[in-house]
Ligand binder design. Structure first.
Ligand code: GLU
Length: 284
């Protein structure tokens, strides 16, 4: 199988050094393997995504020396594909409508049980207040839909994937653990009609990605992606989670660390190789 990877930025601000690191790493890995590097624009959050940032992404990546096949996949063009995946999970009885506000969830989880984690890879672990809402009939649109994790992992012994970046090796987790360590995550948000987890899984499969290269901040989310791949009958790619670029105080660059925007380095007269040199000390 040909090596095929992708870079999947969200056009919600300027690309910074952390993005450049991820994109260059993925691109170089594809080149070294004689494979392919794809670009995907993750713009399902229409309240934050801007065309201006998308155009800047194309410009910055091309300036860095990256090339990718056209047309570029844009998540906002694929809402019907995510809809179909949600329909499938709904038909299996694995989704339910959640009407809880943030405050409801915070109140219900204010006295966590000893030995049970309060936070999972997707934030506060949902206490299950709406789990008994009806699951029959047509799938409600414009509703928050959660995955019933206990039902989702039924019949799965383990949840596993091959990690080739940090902690390289097989990652294998008892499937039942996810009920308590991840919980009933949101798969469709009211405003988006989908979610990061659902879209990323469907898109990586449709783009036939063989190795997902991304920051290690998403390592913990990967178990969720594997569950969704199993439920939707999709192959699990290999994962390469890389180190995060940090500032001089050791803090990882924020999603919108404008001070390290590639466009600013460009305006200062730096060249793509200077960016590569700045990034040379990032480990893995
Ligand atoms: N769109 C995500 C981000 O910008 C990347 C998701 C991924 O690589 O899986 O953080």
């Amino acid at each position: 199988m040909t090596f095929r990877t992708r870079f999947a930025p969200s056009p919600t601000g300027p690309l910074h050094l952390g993005h450049a690191y991820s994109a260059l790493l993925a691109y170089d890995m594809a080149q070294a393997a004689g494979g392919e590097f794809l670009l995907r624009i993750e713009d399902i959050d229409q309240s934050r995504a801007r065309r201006q940032w998308e155009d800047q992404i194309y410009d910055d990546l091309a300036w860095l020396g990256l090339r990718w096949p056209l047309p570029v996949m844009r998540q906002s063009d694929r809402l019907d594909v995510y809809d179909a995946a949600l329909d499938r999970l709904w038909a299996l009885g694995l989704l339910y409508v959640c009407t809880c506000s943030r405050a409801d969830i915070a109140n219900a989880t204010s006295a966590p049980q000893e030995g049970v984690p309060a936070f999972g890879p997707d934030g506060l672990i949902y206490p299950g207040s709406c789990r008994n809402s009806p699951r029959n009939g047509l799938r409600p649109k414009q509703a928050v839909l959660r995955l019933d994790m206990a039902l989702a992992v039924q019949g799965m012994d383990t949840v596993g994937f091959v990690e080739t970046g940090i902690h390289a090796g097989d990652v294998i987790l008892p499937a039942d653990d996810l009920v308590h360590t991840v919980g009933d995550i949101v798969l469709a948000r009211r405003d988006m009609g989908t979610s990061y987890h659902l879209s990323v899984v469907v898109d990586d499969a449709d783009q036939q990605i063989t190795t997902v290269v991304r920051g290690k901040d998403l390592f913990e989310a990967t178990q969720i992606h594997v569950v969704l791949q199993r439920l939707l009958g999709l192959a699990t790619p290999r994962y390469y989670h890389h180190a995060l670029v940090r500032d001089e105080t050791g803090k990882r660059l924020a999603k919108r660390d404008d001070a390290r925007a590639i466009s600013l380095y460009r305006a200062d007269g730096l060249l793509p190789n200077d960016i590569r040199n700045i990034l040379i000390n990032v480990k893995v």
